[in-house]
Structure formats: C-alpha cells, structure tokens
Ligand binder design. Structure first.
Ligand SMILES: *Cc1c(COP(=O)(O)O)cnc(C)c1O
Length: 354
C-alpha cells in the first residue's frame, strides 16, 4: 500500500499463475504446459531470426502471422487479431467488447483470470453455477447480459461442450458478444471457429501455449467478425504497437507450417490422457470427462489438499484449488509424457499406500 498508487491499484486482486519452481528434476504437472518441445522447425525459425534485423521494430500489424492464421482456418486476414499470449488478447477483449451496462456472465468454476480482468477494467459480472455434473448448462445463460465468456473445454474441469449447445446460445443471444476461449480445443472439443462467418456476435480465442508447445513464446489470437476484430485493434493500438516481437511472429508461423508435428504431439497427449484416466479410475478416482491436456480428479477417501501435499513431498506438482469448496477435493493434473505419467502414478500410489 502506498499513497503513490492510483486508487484502482488498491482494489485489484491479481491473478496467481501456477508456480514455476526453480527446483531440478521436478515432475511439473501444474500449468498445462505441453510435455513435448516445440517443432524443430520452430527452433530453426527462431535461430534464423537471431540476426541484425533485431535492431528494427517488428511489423506492428503482424501481417504474415495473421495471414498464416487466416489461411489455417480458411478466414480473411481482417477476421484475425493476434496478441502477446491469449491472456493479452483476452484482456483487450474484456475492455473492448465485454464492458456494458448489463453484467458479463461466466461460469462460477472457470479460468480464474476472468474476474481479474473485470476488476481491472471495472466490468460488472455475474457467475453462473456449473450443474451437478460440473457442466456448463446453456439454458442458465439465456438471460439479459452484457456478454458471455467461457472456455471450451472448460478449465479446470476439462469438460467439452458440444458445438450444438454453443450454436443455440449464439442464436438466443444476438445482442451481446459470446467469447469461446479455446485454449484446449485441440485436445478434444469441436471448434467454434467453424461458426464465425455465420454469427457476428461470436469471438473465438486460441493460444500457442498449449497444443503448440510455445508457452514461453507468448502468442495467442482471436478470430471473429471483422467489426469485433476492429474493436480489438483499436484497443491494442492504444496500448502497445508491438505486442508480437520478431521471434514470436517467426516461431508461430513455423508452428502453423508443421502440421505433422502438431498432429503427432496432440495425438500422443490424448492417448496418454486416456491411459492416465484408466490408471486413476483403477485406484477409485472419479475423473471428469476431459477434452483437454489435463484431467480433474478426486478420490472418495482423501482430501485434495492432502493428496497435493503428499505428491509435492515426492517432487510431483499438480494444481489444487482451495476455493470454491465444491472443487476443493479435486486435483488438476496436466498430462505429461509417458515417463512423467508413470512417475506420477508411482507417486500417487505411494501417497494412497497401495
Ligand atoms: C492457458 C490459458 C489461457 C492463456 O494462455 P496464454 O496464451 O499462455 O496467455 C487462456 N485461457 C485459458 C482457459 C487457459 O487455460
């Protein structure tokens, strides 16, 4: 606290990211990073970028990257917005499209950055409880609102929502923007990108951090109607002209171009997830149906806190949320590579004493 702070700073409750411990030999399954490195073609592109040209500013419009993303999805360049990680894209989305007189709606259990942006930008919001199965129930969103946002698959539950439900929401909600945060879509949900030409109120965000193994590069994007994209560009150009540096643009383009590597690593993560679900169910864990690169699981006889602490003693880190109470017994476990998953299972068996 300081008298030098602007008043709003006293009111902020910042987001707390999963920890990035400096300890060696940790089995790190707490932040949904990809266990496989980026495509070798990305590394080569980054090396080529380490050149004299770094003295020059990057392209403020990231035109080559936008063209590559538009090409990948079969859209026009003016339907694409790029930013420094999808967190930055989302921040601009909240400010540019979701601040209205009526409250923004999002699930009570979801990505915990959403209420943080609302605090930063002074956006009124209401949370909508997940149903008893921890699913998003579309009917509960059919009421007056200043916008709607949720991830598909949802986080931290991992549960995917069918595209038909999203389409029903878009039809019933023509007067405000519906944002689908598809951070995990490549691991098992149908993408709403297929609907952006049909619905002017739909915006879809993606990240290169998860399925493209580039959390360290910081690239994310949004696609939607060009009017929505124009609002984002107006905010971005009032904030930072160069959010995508030369490395980020070159690396992300190379990642898009290596479709075979993307498919191979994505499928491997999905296969490992199915194996891990079976192994945990054999130990009596309840695992929510996941379409993501993580699972959300609880054990009938052990508190979540106790399991997380026991794993930590064996240098295995997973994510545990104390609040809300409804999810306090769950662990969110990122899918690792096969070796990491085996070590995780060894550790959990030892915590359970089986
Ligand atoms: C990881 C994540 C993001 C942010 O991704 P970055 O592109 O790394 O900023 C956004 N939304 C959800 C739901 C996420 O899990």
């Amino acid at each position: 606290m300081s008298k030098f702070w602007s008043p709003i700073v006293h009111t902020l409750t910042p987001y707390v990211p999963g920890e990035q411990p400096k300890i060696q030999n940790l089995i790190k399954l707490n932040t949904n990073e990809n266990p496989y490195g980026p495509s070798p073609k990305v590394i080569a592109a980054l090396q080529a970028e380490a050149a004299d040209s770094l003295r020059l500013y990057p392209d403020p419009d990231s035109s080559r990257l936008k063209a590559a993303i538009a090409g990948y999805h079969g859209l026009q360049v003016d339907q694409v917005f790029v930013g420094n990680g999808s967190d930055e894209v989302l921040a601009h989305v909240f400010q540019a499209l979701l601040k209205h007189d009526k409250p923004l709606l999002f699930p009570d259990i979801t990505y915990s950055f959403y209420p943080v942006y609302c605090g930063l930008y002074g956006i009124q919001y209401e949370t909508v409880p997940l149903n008893a199965q921890f699913e998003i129930a579309i009917d509960d969103y059919l009421r007056p609102n200043g916008g709607i946002i949720f991830p598909n698959p949802n986080a931290p539950t991992g549960i995917p929502l069918p595209l038909a439900d999203i389409e029903r929401l878009l039809r019933a909600n023509a007067d405000s923007v519906v944002v689908i945060d598809e951070a995990y879509v490549d691991f098992g949900a149908a993408s709403a990108v297929a609907l952006v030409n049909q619905y002017p109120n739909l915006l879809v965000t993606h990240t290169y951090s998860k399925s493209r193994s580039l959390a360290g590069l910081r690239v994310g994007y949004a696609v939607g109607n060009r009017t929505l994209i124009e609002a984002l560009i107006r905010v971005k150009d009032s904030f930072n002209s160069y959010p995508i540096d030369r490395f980020a643009e070159a690396g992300a383009i190379a990642a898009i171009q290596d479709e075979a590597y993307f498919q191979q690593t994505r499928r491997q993560v999905i296969a490992s997830r199915e194996q891990l679900v079976n192994d945990l169910q054999a130990l009596r864990f309840e695992v929510l149906p996941s379409g993501a690169n993580f699972i959300f699981a609880r054990h009938p006889s052990y508190a979540g806190e106790q399991l997380a602490a026991g794993l930590r003693e064996q240098a295995v880190i997973v994510r545990h949320f104390r609040k809300p109470a409804r999810i306090a017994d769950f662990l969110r476990i990122t899918i690792g590579n096969e070796g990491q998953n085996q070590l995780f299972m060894q550790a959990i068996r030892s915590v359970l004493g089986v």
